[in-house]
Write a protein that binds this ligand. Structure first.
Ligand code: NOJ
Ligand code: CA
Length: 567
């Protein structure tokens, strides 16, 4: 049985005027998307080949994870040269071809702006290492003398997000231990000092360089990080995973002027360029500050991503997201930094635990997962999120229902989180496994070369999730996503806000948007919508329906409301 009861006609699905406000953006983790040259690493040639599949899914845009020149110690989030493409991924000409082909298919292109830090291989950082303490070269980064009689103690107690100290001591030219530099992430990712004018000037040039090549906007990496408290005070919470949010390290007032200047730069283009921020701050009000009319267009609503499978928690996160995003938030249920949704929703998700300060920890749990249940819930969650006002970011493989690969051999793991936490945290390799395109074959169609070895090993069971197999199965996760996107286009693209429906029961979320009623049943018993909600006929359901009147457990149903007709 197909999930779409009423399939939209070809005419209905014709391309419409584009708006970032309600766009569906497909996140391409290039390294794992598709490999055209047979070296086992995804590349721009592979992306060009795969763009048709993204367009066929019904997406409006892609967000491309960093593909600039990089030693890949954090897989591209450590950039050595912002104005070139990493040779492992291709050439500038191949990049231009991706943009050209994407635009031809009606897909906008977002790149990733990693400006909090660069790679330690970047020419500026190499020059800083070679220069004297106090030099202008060092002033572009955050170099400080250490504490203690010989400067052997770090300048403060800040932890790196990836574990361990946020400071590393360098060896000076005379061979003696010298100053320390700040790195919010890995040692290979030195933080810029954004108070140095050369840094701001450099990044304006970087933005212009890619805008001139046709890029439509940027996702901004750690957008709350670019400035630190100039006094670099100790974190009163101390060190370690329970130390709490370190205010000195994040979310400083000056960062807002930076986004005002980027917004002005982007607004000078026609059409204006778009910015969406990756921002982790402890309160919705602080997040809202980044979305003032002259700052960023949008920011991810991570609050929804980290919630356990629970109606009340989802509702609160949705309400927060709508309030912060002024009615049009950027929703996401997955990305390259968290465990796959199918696995998360299949795991025991404690409800009573306070949210950890690092919300990401809630989305990278260990522990057994019931994958049937996880898939059912992930289907329902996708149908819920895609019915909300706002844009939606789908992480590659989410549309295939890929589970997290939790049992990667230790030796295969590459994420610095794994190494810096001494294996206490699994890190993010398991959500970055090269995609399966075909059921058979050594790399399940990821690589064009028959003998290729993928950069992270694919498990033997990956073939069962292949795109080609799912495309032919009307009940697959892929078909569900295609149907969701097509039906969203025809029925949910209006400007109508959501109107919550009640009484919906403790385990049910229900709302109306225009003439569509969306019901998600989080519970384990079927739910029958009350007749007061009006006469409903199902448009689409995340699980097969046994009758049109009830919503099965762990299922979302989109129904058409027949106004003026009694139920
Ligand atoms: C957030 C990115 O999404 C993540 O992948 C990266 O490791 C850190 N920022 C550092 O750039
Ligand atoms: Ca390749």
């Amino acid at each position: 049985m197909s999930h779409t009861i009423e399939r939209p006609s070809r005419l209905d699905t014709a391309r419409r005027a584009f708006s970032w406000r309600d766009a569906v953006v497909y996140q391409v983790y290039l390294r794992s998307f598709r490999d055209a040259n047979g070296d086992g690493i995804g590349d721009l040639g592979g992306l060009s080949q795969g763009l048709d599949a993204i367009a066929a899914l019904g997406c409006d845009a892609i967000w491309l994870n960093p593909c600039y020149a990089s030693p890949q110690r954090d897989h591209g989030y450590d950039i050595a040269d912002y104005l070139t493409i990493d040779p492992a991924y291709g050439t500038l000409e191949e990049f231009d071809e991706v943009v050209r082909r994407a635009h031809e298919l009606g897909l906008r292109v977002l790149m990733d702006m990693v400006a909090n830090h660069c790679s330690s291989d970047h020419a500026w950082f190499q020059a800083a290492l070679a220069a004297e303490p106090g030099s202008d070269e060092r002033a572009r980064f955050i170099f400080r003398d250490g504490l203690g009689p010989d400067g052997e103690l770090p300048p403060n107690n800040w932890d790196s997000v990836f574990g361990g100290l946020a400071w590393t001591r360098v060896t000076e030219r005379d061979g003696r231990p010298g100053q320390w530099y700040l790195h919010s992430f890995d040692t290979s990712q030195p933080d810029f000092d954004w108070r140095h004018p050369a840094v701001a000037e450099h990044f304006e040039n970087v933005l212009r360089f890619w805008f001139e090549r046709g890029v439509d906007g940027f996702r901004i990496d750690v957008a709350h990080g670019h400035f630190k408290d100039a006094a670099l005070p100790d974190h009163p919470g101390g060190r370690g995973p329970d130390a709490g949010h370190n205010h000195g390290m994040w979310d400083q007032p000056e960062v807002h002027d930076l986004y005002r200047s980027w917004r002005a730069l982007g607004d000078a283009y026609e059409p204006e360029k778009y910015f969406v921020g990756e921002i982790w701050v402890p309160s919705p009000d602080r997040l809202a500050d980044y979305l003032r009319p002259d700052e960023l267009h949008n920011a991810f609503s991570f609050d929804l991503l980290v919630q356990p499978w629970n109606a009340d928690r989802f509702r609160k996160a949705i309400e927060t997201g709508l309030a912060v995003g002024r009615g049009w938030p950027a929703w996401t249920l997955a990305n390259h930094d968290v465990h796959r949704a199918v696995t998360r929703y299949g795991q025991e998700q404690p409800l009573d635990e306070a949210l950890p300060t690092d919300m990401i920890a809630a989305a990278r749990r260990r522990g057994p997962a019931d994958l049937d249940r996880g898939l059912r819930r992930a289907r329902a969650a996708a149908a819920l999120a895609l019915a909300l006002p706002g844009s939606m970011y789908l992480y590659q493989g989410e549309e295939l229902g890929l589970p997290e690969v939790l049992d990667l051999p230790d030796a295969a793991r590459q994420d610095p989180i794994w190494t810096r936490s001494n294996g206490t945290e699994l890190g993010r390799d398991g959500c970055r496994i090269p995609l399966p395109w075909t059921r058979e074959g050594r790399t399940f169609g990821f690589s064009d070369a028959a003998a290729a070895t993928t950069w992270l090993p694919q498990p033997a069971w990956f073939g069962a999730f292949a795109r080609a197999t799912q495309a032919a199965d009307p009940d697959s996760m892929l078909s569900l996503h295609r149907d969701l996107l097509a039906t969203r286009r025809t029925h949910l693209r209006g400007t109508e806000p959501i109107v919550w429906l009640s009484p919906a029961g403790a385990e049910v979320l229900a709302f109306r948007r225009g003439d569509v009623v969306v019901v998600t049943n989080f519970g384990s018993a079927p739910f029958t919508p009350p007749s007061a909600w009006g006469a409903l006929s199902p448009l689409l359901a995340s699980q097969p329906l046994t009758g049109s009147a009830t919503v099965p457990p762990e299922t979302t149903v989109w129904s058409r409301l027949h106004r003026g007709v009694a139920a």
